[in-house]
Design a protein. Structure first.
Length: 215
């Protein structure tokens, strides 16, 4: 049974209150695991903190980024608030910084897998898995759209890590302006869908979603 399209975009799809509530729950979970996943990877790679106030509190609202949340509403994907990572504490600063950022979408995929397993159990008992369907869809969308090579998305972190040292100014510019550039591209996609970059990424989301959930 199809309740809503995957990926789900609340400001584009026909509005339904139950779908929007499920979407909000899924976004909070996606942001939480993405941010804490980055913190976990950074910690085990060497960036350990004494009583870090931005890590391991597992309060999703503290991880919400304003621009990232707007992008979730407009485009169905977004990002968590910037997780502070200190490359100076890493044995291999560029590599470990990228791995820390990559952990975010990897944790989203892990949560989507868990939701997919729950959906399969619900189907076996003929129960309604719609909330878990949204959780799986939003987390997969978040993970796949991290392939866009613009910070704060994971592929953007790889781009920044590969920039040579003498382009430090460009690196700072990408870090600071990247979120607004992603939002601008998302808004452009909504206004001019004929120039959309989404079809290929959306196809990957739906393919993985069907594999995990059977829908």
């Amino acid at each position: 049974m199809e309740y809503w399209p995957v990926p789900y975009v609340p400001l584009v799809a026909p509005f339904a209150f139950d779908a929007f509530v499920s979407f909000c729950v899924a976004v909070l979970l996606a942001v939480l695991v993405n941010a804490e996943g980055q913190a976990f990877m950074a910690t085990i790679l060497g960036d350990r903190r004494v009583d870090p106030k931005d890590r391991f509190h597992f309060i999703a609202f503290f991880h919400l980024d304003i621009v990232g949340t707007i992008n979730y509403l407009v485009g169905g994907f977004g990002w968590a608030k910037h997780m502070d990572v200190d490359p100076g504490k890493f044995a291999h600063p560029r590599l470990y910084t990228f791995l820390s950022r990559l952990a975010g979408p990897l944790f989203n995929i892990l949560l989507a897998n868990i939701a997919g397993s729950i959906i399969l159990m619900f189907k076996a008992f003929e129960a309604d898995p719609r909330v878990f369907k949204m959780v799986a869809g939003v987390n997969l969308t978040t993970a796949v759209y991290n392939l866009i090579p613009i910070p704060p998305l994971a592929a953007g972190a790889l781009l920044v890590a590969l920039l040579p040292a003498h382009l430090a100014g460009l690196r700072r510019l990408l870090d600071q302006g990247g979120p607004y550039l992603v939002l601008a591209l998302t808004l452009l996609d909504r206004l001019y869908p004929q120039y959309s970059y989404r079809p290929w990424l959306d196809h990957q989301v739906r393919t993985i979603f069907t594999y995990l959930t059977g829908f």
